[in-house]
Design a protein around this ligand. Sequence first.
Ligand code: NAD
Length: 257
Amino acid sequence: MTLQGKTAVITGSNSGIGLGVARELARAGADIVLNSFTDRDEDHALAAAIGSEFGVTARYVAADMSKAGDCRALIESAGTCDILVNNAGIQHVAPIDEFPADKWDAIIAINMNSAFHTTAAALPKMRAAGWGRVVNIASAHGLTASPYKSAYVAAKHGVVGLTKVTALETAEEPITANAICPGYVLTPLVEAQIPDTMEKYCMGREEVIKKVMLDRQPSREFATVEQLGGTTVFLCSDAAAQITGTTISVDGGWTAL
Ligand code: NAD
């Protein structure tokens, strides 16, 4: 399977799943554009290191996915955009009646609205190239719910809906749009929730991981960022050309329960 000659833009890709996806796309031969909202030397160095490791062109472009203009500018700066992975995401956990309005707005903007803006900017480029793949990193929370994650659950359900509409609007073209729905992956986003959960349930770190996270996943294992990357590469392959408008769960059986 080769993605040589394709350019992939991965939003929110200087850590966690986005970085894992970017590395697997580069391993498959794609040129990559990494992104986050920061603009540090280490971000650019990360892209350079991936480029030399896999022999592809790799760039880092700073753009804030909470801003419509930045989303569109990111896609424009890529030149061509054959593969778009909407991955940028944040989380906040609180009951609805205590959920800060600014956190709600930020989660909806970064986790959902950005996918609309980047997709709108990328589709004309995919049409011009005669080939395209949109892969939205949704969540098990795009198919089911948990208390205290109202904005996240709403945004991820929205991403799943947007994925279906994108697929239908491109159904007669050589473009596909799909969502990947991970369960828990031990990335900085999930690690950040552990101390709060420990305090709330008076548990130790290992107990929280086992009880609150792994108990939801019948496999009793976390998925890895490499596995999420491999699923993305598959969706970009010719074997997946007729897979569009669907969700692929990478959740150890969570949503089968
Ligand atoms: P992470 O915190 O490691 O990565 C999030 C990425 O988004 C980082 O690169 C961060 O810099 C970037 N980002 C944050 N705000 C941004 C902004 N305003 N503009 C641009 N980039 C921004 O978290 P992760 O777990 O790798 O999450 C990646 C995606 O996977 C998210 O959409 C998340 O909802 C989803 N997801 C994660 C899990 C999990 O268990 N880790 C499960 C399901 C879905």
